[in-house]
Design a protein around this ligand. Structure first.
Ligand code: HEC
Ligand code: HEC
Ligand code: HEC
Ligand code: HEC
Ligand code: HEC
Ligand code: HEC
Ligand code: HEC
Ligand code: HEC
Length: 421
């Protein structure tokens, strides 16, 4: 009898414990979930268990890239005043393919989503149930409106041209996306299996999600390279982003980066330094930092956990972070010129363009000297961002800096380069 009662108590205890556990977590049929292909669940699901990472992501521009303007009109950073917009457009004169008074200007209520806010903002509208980028752009620093594909804007579907870099979980066949902006699963991969497993299955959970911190350096940095890049999809014609790529995979199979040698004189200088924006990866692969394994996350955080906010999410402010690794420096040639330690001014000149020329830093980390420009006038240099004075002409600057005449033996490019916008 006694034995039986003990068993009963034990059974009850086990049931109580199980019930308590069940109360905390709904029972899930994990096998059934894992029999399905992985899918996107959205950041709000991740938030349930990773509040700190969620919060820190909300602090970054990644979360704010594309915003639903119908849910939140404050996402539009300026006033959509047709009068002011047409006035600005008219100033562009010959540059316009459609006369300023004929360019389509969306009404505030027509704007479905905003793209960007830091350098510039563009606006997504719907036409014949497809999303397009409307033909106007607001440049944030100069408060100026400019044109954007005014003649063919409604032939360039947003999801095909831009979608994968500015939204998460884009499905081109269905014409849908899971979430606006660069969300958790853009960097960690589809999360349905991971989210479905109970919290207690720690080891299994780790295997069902990509942790960039545990990938080899080359594969991890390609996650950033899947967006901070310019080129074309190898899978879908006309797509500007790596359709089918997932974090943890090799990017080259899905994407071909653009280059000057390949004919892209619009987005690169003749020395393959970037002229266009979102090309940090293209710059970086040419650098010594790439060879030595100094990657995007050696200098940038993506989760602002335990980090003070900095411009562009750098691990420490400005040139200070260069000193974290470059403890000693030579005092030769260029390094003896200045009394201050502005490493970025020379090694990361602002020679690329997002909204206005020179608002984006080079990521090749090589100083462009007066000589480089003297040899090929289409190539900018690091010095003239500060040395703008007319007496600072390049030959003079070079001589003053290095005490010798510059070597101007021409290295001019065959087509003369040209600096289109
Ligand atoms: C039901 C709770 C839960 C949900 C929902 C959840 N996670 Fe997790 N996650 C965990 C637990 C528990 C771990 C394992 C403990 C740990 O490594 O910190 C984990 C681990 C991770 C790791 C580290 C993996 C490793 O190999 O070290 C990442 C990255 C991660 N989760 C991202 C996500 C993302 C992205 C989402 C949304 C798609 C998500 N999680 C949704 C609970 C959850
Ligand atoms: C832009 C890419 C990116 C986005 C977006 C992103 N993460 Fe991460 N996450 C990373 C990288 C890279 C790491 C590796 C550690 C680091 O550098 O901070 C990481 C680390 C983590 C970890 C810690 C893993 C560990 O080492 O224990 C968790 C958990 C996590 N992320 C969850 C999330 C969640 C949840 C979201 C969305 C709210 C999110 N991440 C959005 C890139 C991203
Ligand atoms: C799915 C595309 C995507 C991925 C993946 C991605 N980024 Fe970004 N990143 C963006 C976009 C888009 C912006 C611009 C956001 C804006 O201005 O609203 C951006 C902005 C940034 C910025 C500038 C932030 C600021 O405050 O100005 C940094 C730094 C950055 N990303 C680093 C990274 C790193 C490091 C990784 C890899 C761990 C990464 N990104 C992965 C798309 C992406
Ligand atoms: C290969 C990925 C990729 C594609 C394709 C892409 N972008 Fe971007 N875009 C980025 C990244 C990364 C940034 C932020 C870094 C930078 O500008 O250097 C950015 C920045 C922007 C910004 C400025 C953000 C800000 O806060 O000022 C706008 C606006 C924008 N993109 C619109 C578009 C539109 C419209 C398209 C399609 C015609 C497009 N992008 C295609 C990756 C991409
Ligand atoms: C050696 C350090 C270093 C590395 C490596 C690095 N960055 Fe940067 N990045 C910087 C600095 C410094 C800035 C400018 C910060 C400022 O404005 O103060 C910057 C700026 C940016 C910006 C803002 C746009 C601009 O030019 O102002 C983006 C986006 C960005 N980096 C993305 C990346 C990506 C993606 C990678 C990897 C391919 C990368 N960075 C590698 C140091 C680095
Ligand atoms: C995480 C460590 C780290 C950080 C941060 C870092 N570097 Fe480096 N850097 C290296 C390493 C390692 C090398 C290769 C060995 C060497 O030349 O010292 C290198 C090389 C260089 C080179 C030599 C390039 C060549 O062609 O020989 C320059 C220039 C440079 N870094 C500039 C910078 C600047 C500017 C910053 C700040 C924006 C910076 N680095 C931040 C680690 C770093
Ligand atoms: C006046 C412009 C200028 C400034 C400011 C400057 N550099 Fe340089 N640096 C150069 C030039 C020019 C070279 C020669 C190689 C090249 O062309 O990049 C060079 C070379 C280097 C190298 C590789 C050569 C070596 O062995 O030292 C490193 C590393 C470097 N600089 C780091 C820094 C750091 C860190 C700072 C900030 C404290 C800095 N530089 C500030 C112009 C500059
Ligand atoms: C971030 C701004 C900045 C950049 C980038 C910069 N300079 Fe300077 N430069 C200055 C300032 C300010 C002074 C005067 C103060 C001083 O000597 O520190 C100066 C002084 C000089 C001097 C001394 C002559 C004089 O007028 O006193 C020479 C030579 C010089 N720079 C050459 C160069 C060259 C060559 C480059 C490019 C490789 C360059 N600078 C890049 C800001 C800059």
């Amino acid at each position: 009898m006694k034995g039986k009662r003990l068993t009963m108590i034990l059974v009850l205890c086990v049931m109580a414990v199980t019930l308590a556990a069940c109360g905390a977590e709904k029972p899930v049929d994990v096998n059934a979930i894992m029999a399905q292909p992985k899918s996107f669940v959205g950041s709000d699901t991740c938030k349930k268990c990773h509040l700190e990472h969620y919060d820190s992501w909300k602090m970054t521009m990644h979360s704010r890239m594309t915003q639903d303007a119908q849910k939140n009109q404050d996402a539009i950073i300026t006033e959509i005043s047709e009068e002011k917009i047409r006035e600005d457009l008219a100033k562009l004169g010959d540059k316009l393919k459609v006369p300023a008074d004929k360019i389509y200007i969306p009404k505030t209520e027509e704007i479905r989503y905003t793209i960007g806010s830091q350098w510039k903002q563009r606006f997504i509208v719907e036409k014949d149930s497809t999303l397009y980028i409307s033909p106007i752009q607001y440049n944030a620093d100069t408060h100026r409106w400019v044109n954007y594909h005014e003649a063919d804007w409604d032939k360039r579907p947003w999801l095909l041209k831009c979608g994968g870099c500015h939204a998460t979980g884009v499905d081109l066949e269905k014409g849908t996306f899971k979430e606006t902006g660069v969300a958790c699963e853009a960097c960690h991969g589809k999360g349905s299996w991971h989210a479905a497993l109970p919290k207690t299955e720690i080891f299994e959970k780790r295997q069902t999600i990509v942790n960039p911190g545990k990938l080899t350096m080359g594969v991890a940095v390609q996650i950033c390279g899947s967006c901070h890049n310019r080129g074309k999809s190898t899978k879908v014609k006309g797509a500007g982003w790596p359709v089918g790529y997932e974090p943890g995979k090799a990017l080259e199979a899905f994407y071909q980066s653009t280059s000057y040698a390949g004919g892209d004189v619009k987005h690169l200088y003749a020395n393959e330094f970037s002229k266009g924006h979102h090309q940090q990866y293209i710059d970086w692969v040419q650098s010594q930092h790439y060879k030595e394994g100094v990657t995007c996350t050696s200098c940038h955080f993506v989760h602002q956990i335990g980090m003070p906010p900095t411009r562009s999410q750098t691990l420490s402010a400005g040139s200070k972070q260069c000193f974290e690794c470059h403890v000693t420096m030579n005092k030769l040639r260029a390094h003896k010129l200045h009394s201050f330690g502005n490493c970025i001014g020379c090694h990361m000149p602002r020679i690329a363009k997002s909204a206005e020329s020179g608002d984006i830093h080079s990521h090749v980390f090589v100083t462009l000297l007066p000589e480089d420009t003297l040899k090929n006038p289409d190539i900018p240099n690091s010095c003239q961002a500060c040395h703008k004075h007319k007496d600072d002409d390049l030959k003079h600057l070079h001589k003053e800096a290095f005490g010798e005449e510059p070597d101007e033996s021409a290295e001019k490019t065959e087509d003369g380069g040209g600096v289109p916008e």
